[in-house]
Write a protein that binds this ligand. Structure first.
Ligand SMILES: N[C@@H](CCC(=O)N[C@@H](CS)C(=O)NCC(=O)O)C(=O)O
Length: 221
């Protein structure tokens, strides 16, 4: 196995996707956390898009979380994708849908006015209700944990914090999703994918956004 170095950020859901796969496949690696508000020069020089995660494989640099995840899955024993080609493609489609959902979550917590906030909230409600009918638990598709589960675990983690801050009702009545979410929240790789103090760090980040959501949030203790 080549030497691996993951460049990370303490809140980034795309980093978590890679970290969950590293843990699931027990892959030795080094990890460095950077401040995205003050990107180090060495990072700027190495990262074509200026984003995390970045995976250094010996002297090569990989970027884009899903590319990193696919590489890690391919160079290790077994696969966190289904073997059947159609089922694998279907999982990848829902991974893409997960990445789109993460973008909507970003737009939701960043919305500066009520109208945009409500519009993004509706989009989220609609996205969750779409995937809800495709969940065949306990994981996304049955008894095995796959990459698609790693991706959606990072989405549900936002809701663990949103639930404490807002009366949003986005996941109300979506029982398959709620059960899937509960199973993922107990998974060791998912729990360990964020540093200690993550919920408070996310709350501070959300507060400092000065968005419409920031105004709705109760004071942070
Ligand atoms: N499509 C990218 C998204 C990665 C991404 O948006 N990373 C954010 C942090 S969560 C970032 O590095 N932002 C810094 C910037 O855009 O300047 C992936 O899947 O890796």
């Amino acid at each position: 196995m080549h030497s691996l170095h993951l460049v990370s950020h303490h809140l980034c859901p795309y980093v978590q996707r890679a970290v969950i796969v590293l843990a699931e496949k027990d892959i030795a690696h080094q990890r460095t956390y950077i401040d995205l508000g003050n990107k180090p020069d060495w990072f700027r020089a190495k990262s074509p898009l200026g984003r995390v995660p970045l995976l250094e494989v010996e002297d090569q640099v990989l970027f884009e979380s899903q590319v990193i995840v696919e590489y890690l899955d391919e160079v290790t024993t077994g696969s966190l994708h289904p073997l059947d080609s159609l089922e694998k493609a279907r999982h990848r489609a829902w991974i893409e849908f997960g990445s789109e959902t993460l973008k909507t979550i970003g737009a939701f917590y960043s919305a500066v006015d009520k109208a945009t906030y409500l519009e993004k909230k509706d989009t989220l409600t609609q996205k969750f209700s779409v995937i809800n009918s495709h969940v065949n638990g306990p994981f996304f598709s049955g008894d095995s944990f796959h990459v698609v589960d790693a991706v959606w675990a990072t989405i549900f983690r936002y809701f663990d914090v949103f639930d404490q801050l807002l009366d949003h009702k986005i996941l109300d009545g979506l029982d398959p999703i709620q059960q899937w979410r509960d199973v993922l929240a107990k998974r060791r790789s998912v729990i360990d994918a964020v540093p200690a103090g993550y919920p408070d760090r996310l709350k501070i980040f959300l507060r400092n956004k000065n968005s419409y959501m920031s105004e709705l949030m109760p004071p942070i203790n």
